[in-house]
Design a protein around this ligand. Structure first.
Ligand code: FAD
Ligand code: NAP
Length: 852
């Protein structure tokens, strides 16, 4: 084998590089691993500051790929120290003869792709050029310390220490006056130990962090027991978990328990000494600000109880950003350290650093001399080490340039224009939002399997398609936008490095979901990739995930319940089932007033519920028709949605219980809908509504009733309507649409359930009647302005789309919202699905516009 031409060049000899080297060798690929440092370990080689430890328990922060390691290596502590973790990396490297495959003290400076040779040429700091078919950046997410961005850093004449580049033989601060700048994880771990030695310690804090106590000691007994009992099951659970640590996800909202109970639950989590325990106590800490405040308040109360000086305690208390949106820290005696007389906290918001000087620091109105300055100012995370190498892909494009506005990747593993380039734990993968051992192993194995598969099939290059990459960007954004992360100035968002683009760099959809997606990409013939070789080219273009992540979670959860299909039930059973399901959902926002009453329908009284806003009237009124396929549902069955629309649009809603099939078949529902509309219009003033501002709305079959009522009002002399809001409406029962097939199954409303509804409601001959299928009305002109909302994963999608288009073609003003990634039911799930908020907000805005 020539050393200057290999199958794979790997950059970095941290845990990622080590495991990849092992797997490449096992699978017969020639390789070179190039590493700047003079030993293995990566993070654990460089970060030798006092107190450096892992903050994920060693039961979980270790390799799983070599089962023998579990017997031959035992961790001395739950949160092992840096030297012990480094020894572990060295042990693994020695055991598997990995040192022989690594070039140390060799920095990669450039990489250029050639379309002609279909190879990369890698250039090193030693001036060597190495060609390779595949090029893997295992360069670490937190390996590039942030450039100093404080004025005067180069003026200081005394010793300067950077936590991420700590001297190998340690530092003795005994008797010294020390400044520590930064209060992130590295600072929080090192400050208590530096304080033990220093004569005087000043901590410069820009943003206080949430920190939880490590309660270090032996590995957690319950985890050790589970591992002993069934290691395979434990590790499998970790791989499919949200964060790479097997923790049972909470199903409890922080807002659903009494404050005392919440505090007790959080106290238990606090005592566990596990980084993820507090955030995992409640299901909504990451997505709901009020729920997050319950946890944030708890931690602040802990800080107040530990730190004796109330002013210092308050300065150390994070406010203004949600817990977890900056990486939480784990400490041993951090807050207690501020009770020591020689330790002082400086708030940089009130006393900013004016300049580092030759002898110390000028801040606020003070000038202080220091014997040493410690920069614990963090990293150019996720992308820093990648773009530090001049990586030039196809057509001279560099990765740095391509990523100027934020990293674009497919799966965080690959990037368009850079064939055969792989990144381990790259931006767009769970990486730093996970136990990174789990994420590293998954990436290494995916890359290994991909290279093996390419070799077997005779492919030489692999590159994602622009569509797949854009789809992944959108999916990452969908995941991020339902969380609280995007508003916080964190390194997750690139906010710590001046000029860095503001996007959520890691993928926040969870380790388990991510793994399933990567596996799916492979199983679907490398979906979203183009593969080329001398014999064949294959491009399987597509987007791997478009469904909203929270919608997908609900569908997955429902799938585990093994619920019987509704169409296997009788209508009576289906109604009972529907009522039971409604009983366990969140109620929706409080409205000013709710009144139940009855109104005259076409063939007798119909129940209704009136929702009135708290604001002063008279309000415009929306006559609302519920979903339920004309078979089940009632005037109260869409309660959360009605409340939400009432509050958000500031309109009154009258929700009507029209007659149901099969007892009352077509056209009973349609006639009742119109009768209810007429009654509301006739009694608008006495009910406290504005008679000149009436609209109809409905969801699903109710959308059908609303559309039909609007047509009947036009054709039968009123009432005059200001608008019609149709949410995933049934508009055409006469024929099959493509979406009936595309979304036949798996999205709650199925094709067969829709057929069951129609069979109960209308004879086939009646389904072409415009009173059943409003899309088939011979003339759609003269109808009130419409908002039609359709959902991507709804069998009814194309019917709704067709109605919106037909209305528009007939001259009706139409707002048409195609809700990406939603299902027939998801938009109605108030307070359950954050992704359903924007479409409902758009619906409320449409109602406001109808009414001027
Ligand atoms: P790294 O360990 O960062 O290794 C990358 C290697 O690439 C480095 O050795 C670097 O020198 C080399 N390199 C980079 N660029 C080049 C180049 N151009 N040429 C040659 N070599 C190059 N994660 C957890 O899950 N749990 C924890 O408790 C935890 N604690 C952490 C504590 C600290 C102080 C830090 C900084 C990070 C911590 N992390 C933790 C994240 C940690 O980075 C990962 O867990 C893991 O060690 C990363 O391994 P890696 O091999 O991907 O990258
Ligand atoms: P960090 O979390 O980014 O913290 C850097 C600190 O320096 C922050 O307090 C930051 O303030 C401050 N800072 C940065 N620039 C500054 C400036 N110009 N002036 C004043 N203050 C400035 O970095 P880190 O502590 O090295 O940790 C990085 C990540 O590594 C962690 O989040 C974690 O993932 C990992 N890590 C883990 C452990 C562990 O316990 N296992 C330990 C260390 C690191 P702002 O917050 O205002 O930006």
């Amino acid at each position: 084998m020539s050393r200057s031409d290999v199958d794979v060049v790997v950059v970095g000899a941290g845990f990622a590089g080590l495991y990849l080297l092992h797997e490449l060798r096992e699978n017969g690929f020639s390789s070179r691993v190039l590493e700047t440092g003079d030993d293995v370990g990566g993070t654990w080689y460089w970060n030798r500051y006092p107190g450096a430890r892992c903050d994920i328990s060693t039961t979980d922060y270790q390799f799983t790929w070599d089962p023998e390691l579990h017997d031959e290596w035992s961790w001395s502590e739950k949160h092992a120290t840096q030297p012990e973790i480094l020894r572990y990396a060295q042990h693994v490297a020695r055991k598997h003869d990995l040192y022989s495959g690594i070039d140390f003290e060799t920095r990669v400076v450039g990489a250029v792709w050639s379309d002609e040779s279909r190879k990369w040429t890698i250039t090193t700091s030693k001036g060597e050029n190495i060609t390779c078919r595949h090029y893997v950046m295992a360069t670490g997410c937190l390996s590039m310390p942030k450039e100093p961005d404080i004025p005067g850093t180069d003026r200081y004449k005394g010793p300067v220490y950077v936590t991420g580049r700590w001297p190998h033989d340690g530092v003795d601060f005994t008797g010294q006056r020390v400044a520590v700048i930064g209060t992130g994880s590295s600072a929080i771990q090192s400050i208590p130990l530096i304080a033990e030695q220093a004569a005087e310690l000043v901590v410069f804090q820009r943003t206080p962090n949430f920190s939880v106590p490590a309660h270090n000691g032996p590995q957690p007994a319950d985890r050790v027991a589970r591992l002993r009992e069934d290691r395979g099951a434990y590790e499998a659970e970790a791989r499919l978990s949200t964060s790479g640590v097997p923790i049972q996800p909470s199903t409890t909202s922080a807002l659903a328990v009494a404050p005392d109970t919440a505090r007790e639950m959080l106290e238990t989590a606090w005592q566990r000494g596990e980084l993820l325990a507090l955030g995992a106590t409640f299901m909504d800490v990451g997505i709901s600000r009020p729920a997050n405040e319950v946890v944030s308040d708890f931690i602040r109360s802990k800080i107040a109880s530990i730190v004796k000086d109330p002013k210092t305690a308050e300065l150390l208390s994070p406010r203004g950003y949600p817990f977890g949106t900056k990486r939480p820290c784990m400490d041993t005696n951090y807050y207690q350290t501020f009770n020591l007389p020689h330790v002082r906290l400086v708030d940089l918001n009130t006393d900013p650093i004016r300049s580092i000087t030759e002898t110390g620091i000028d801040f606020g109105s003070e000038s202080r001399e220091f014997d040493a300055i410690v920069y614990a100012t963090g990293f150019d995370a996720m992308t820093g080490a990648i773009v530090a190498v001049d990586i030039e892909g196809r057509d001279g494009m560099t990765l740095k340039k391509k990523w100027a506005n934020g990293p674009l990747t497919y799966l965080g593993l690959t990037s368009v224009g850079f064939p055969n380039l792989f990144m381990i734990t790259g931006p767009g993968s769970p990486s730093v939002l996970s136990n990174m051992m789990v994420s590293i192993e998954q990436h290494v194995e995916w890359i290994r399997d991909t290279l093996v598969s390419m070799r077997e099939e005779g492919f030489e290059t692999i590159e994602p398609t622009p569509r797949a990459e854009e789809g992944w960007r959108a999916h990452c954004e969908d995941c991020a936008s339902i969380t609280l992360f995007q508003d916080t100035n964190s390194w997750y968002m690139g906010a710590n490095v001046p000029g860095k683009p503001r996007v959520l760099f890691p993928y926040i959809g969870g380790v388990g979901r991510y793994r399933k997606i990567c596996d799916e990409v492979t199983a679907r013939g490398f979906l979203g990739f183009e593969l080329t070789g001398s014999v064949a080219t294959r491009c399987n273009d597509g987007v791997v995930r478009e469904i909203q992540p929270d919608v997908e979670s609900v569908l997955e959860m429902m799938a585990t319940l093994g619920l019987p299909p509704i169409e296997a039930m009788s209508p009576v059973e289906a109604r009972a089932f529907s009522e039971a399901s409604s009983a366990v959902r969140p109620p929706g926002p409080a409205v000013g007033e709710m009144i139940d009453g009855s109104l005259p329908g076409e063939a007798g009284p119909l129940e209704y519920r009136l929702y009135r806003p708290a604001s002063g009237g008279p309000h415009p009124v929306v006559v609302y028709f519920h979903g339920g396929g004309w078979v089940f549902g009632s005037h109260v069955s869409d309660d959360p949605l009605c409340r939400d629309l009432c509050v958000q649009a500031d309109v009154a809603i009258v929700s009507v219980n029209y007659r149901h099939a099969p007892e009352d078949r077509f056209p009973a529902a349609a006639l009742d809908g119109y009768a209810a509309l007429r009654w509301v219009a006739a009694n608008a003033a006495s009910l406290g509504f504005d008679p000149a501002r009436i609209a109809v709305a409905g969801w699903s079959a109710g959308g059908n009733v609303a559309a039909v009522a609007a047509q009947m009002a036009r054709d039968n002399g009123g009432p005059e309507l200001r608008g019609q809001l149709l949410l995933t409406p049934v508009t055409d029962g006469s024929r099959q649409h493509q979406s009936h097939t595309d979304n036949a199954d798996g999205y709650i409303l199925t094709k067969s359930l829709m057929e069951w509804f129609w069979n109960h409601y209308a004879d086939p001959a009646d389904r072409s009647n415009p009173l059943a299928s409003p899309l088939l009305a011979p003339d759609l002109s003269g109808l009130p302005p419409a908002m039609v909302v359709t959902a991507q994963y709804d069998p009814l999608r194309d019917e709704g789309d067709a109605y919106a288009e037909a209305l528009s073609a007939a001259g009706v003003h139409v707002e048409h919202l195609r809700a990406k990634g939603h299902t027939h039911t998801s938009i109605t799930m108030v307070d359950m699905l954050p992704s359903s908020v924007p479409p409902r907000r758009a619906m409320a805005s449409a109602l406001r516009r109808f009414f001027g």
